[in-house]
Design a protein around this ligand. Structure first.
Ligand code: SF4
Length: 475
């Protein structure tokens, strides 16, 4: 197998909630499909189009907005720039008119109710998240293209290598934690420095820094919005948003209209353990309530787990010493490398590995990032990552009603706290005495994933999802 080069910007992607594999991935697949049509000069020849959803995309696609994402992607909208406030308007327009403008250029008859088919009992062998675009051209010629949403917004076209990963030659190729440690030892560089050297193969260091800080800005905006948005979440479960209430309570009712004065006020509130714990929970809830509301979030490494890393970063920024932009970049680079090692050695797709692949991986990423910026060595950062995953092994995915709400939103608070605990444990430990390596826990996670019943892999057919049934409206 050729080395798979994964950049920090493959792991951290700006997108729209609620799911990287069920929303962002299918959205991207629709965009890739349009590109394919344009390359073949067939966009304007399309007469009709149907989309088939298989496996987990069929089973929990409604709750995850898969159909919405596909319509937006087919319309030529981009998840990074599309105004999320316009989603309902656009989708209602397509539904009532029964017409869709492919790439914003070529109008076809399209009734989402009939032309997007949820094949609840069918799966394709390569991956549980599969979708097929079935096209009829004006000359009545027909063809199909199948894409797989393989987790974290990564998409692979049938018959091709992973679409997002590139074949670039990196100075320090890393597949396993041991490879990473090898390069750190050989060069004397920290984990984030090794990653930055690799990122230089794609772009200048300055551009990487700018890109990472832009990601951080999106996380901050999302956090601030989530802490100041009231109401109930969409989807029919009627889950009340809690971050805004908690925010108000912790700040004794004071309202801050900009991010900096808000963070300043939180910081001024002290360092009592319960106070910090409440804020870490509030941070994680805020991001994931935004995610559940089709808000703009960053995959980290997935949407369902998008709150863990921003919550841990905000813990660092607000309650620890020494925060500056360099530390944010270090944190993100280190965390991204851990995410890519998990993707290569196991999976970051809940449809393949359950929630250990989402919350578990995000917690392991955050633990390593935090350990590095808190002054830990490379082996301590890897140890922190191992500890965080070790205590997520076997975590199942059973979202009620297929919505990324229960248990997902609270689960991000748990992932964040475990990351902080794991980092603190590693910082107080000597890695020489560790009995379990990061590579071993990744192998164990994969074994656990392959043994796990399909019911617990983002199908909403087991666990909480069956004990608290929900009849979702058809719209
Ligand atoms: S249970 Fe975990 S893996 Fe499943 S949708 Fe929720 S956050 Fe994602």
């Amino acid at each position: 197998m050729p080395h798979e080069a994964i950049s920090v910007f493959d792991i951290f992607k700006i997108g729209v909630g609620p799911s990287s594999s069920h929303t962002l991935g299918p959205w991207r697949a629709a965009q890739y499909f349009l590109q394919s049509l344009e390359q073949k000069d067939q966009l304007f020849q399309v007469q009709s189009l149907r989309v088939l959803l298989y496996g987990s995309l069929a089973k929990t696609g409604k709750g995850h907005g898969t159909d919405v994402a596909i319509q937006l992607g087919l319309s030529g909208d981009d998840p990074v720039t599309f105004d999320v406030e316009q989603i309902d308007t656009k989708i209602n327009h397509i539904r009532t008119e029964k017409k869709l403008k492919l790439q914003g250029k070529h109008e076809i008859e399209f009734d989402p109710q009939n032309d997007i088919e949820f094949l609840f009992t069918e799966s394709l062998p390569y991956h549980p998240n599969a979708l097929t675009f079935l096209v009829t051209l004006q000359n009545q010629q027909q063809f199909a293209e199948t894409y797989y949403s393989i987790g974290g917004g990564f998409v692979q076209k049938e018959g091709e290598q992973s679409g997002s990963a590139t074949a670039i030659q990196l100075p320090f190729p890393v597949d396993k934690a041991d490879d990473l440690l090898h390069w750190c030892r050989k060069t004397g560089l920290s984990i984030s420095e090794v990653v930055m050297e690799n990122e230089n193969a794609w772009r200048s260091e300055e551009d990487t820094r700018k890109g990472v800080l832009k990601i951080w800005q999106v996380m901050k905006d999302c956090m601030f919005r989530g802490c100041h948005s009231e109401g109930t979440l969409p989807g029919g479960l009627k889950v009340k948003r809690r971050a805004a209430d908690l925010n108000r309570k912790l700040l004794n009712g004071r309202i801050y209209h900009d991010y900096d004065s808000w963070i300043g006020a939180i910081r001024a509130g002290g360092s009592d353990f319960k106070y910090i714990l409440d804020w870490v929970s509030c941070f994680a809830l805020a991001i994931n309530e935004e995610n559940a509301s089709f808000g703009r979030v960053v995959t980290a490494p997935t949407n369902g787990a998008a709150g863990v890393i921003p919550a841990v970063l905000h813990y660092f920024v607000t309650f620890c010493d020494g925060y500056n932009d360099d530390k944010i970049v270090q944190f993100m680079l280190t965390a991204s490398e851990i995410g890519s090692i998990f993707k290569k050695g196991a999976t970051i797709s809940a449809a393949m590995g359950g929630c250990q692949a989402e919350i578990g991986v995000s917690s392991a990423m955050a633990a390593a990032g935090l350990t590095e910026v808190m002054g830990g060595g490379q082996r301590q950062a890897l140890m922190a990552s191992e500890i965080a995953m070790e205590h997520h092994l076997g975590l199942t995915c059973d979202p009620i009603g297929g919505l990324v709400q229960i248990p997902c939103i609270e689960r991000n608070t748990m992932g964040a706290i475990k990351a902080i605990t794991a980092s603190q444990l590693a910082l107080q430990s000597t890695p020489d005495f560790a009995k379990v390596s990061l590579d071993t826990v990744i192998r164990t996670m994969w074994d656990t994933a392959t043994d796990m019943s399909f019911k617990y892999k983002e199908t909403a057919e087991g666990g909480l999802a069956v004990h608290i049934p929900l009849s979702l409206p058809e719209c």
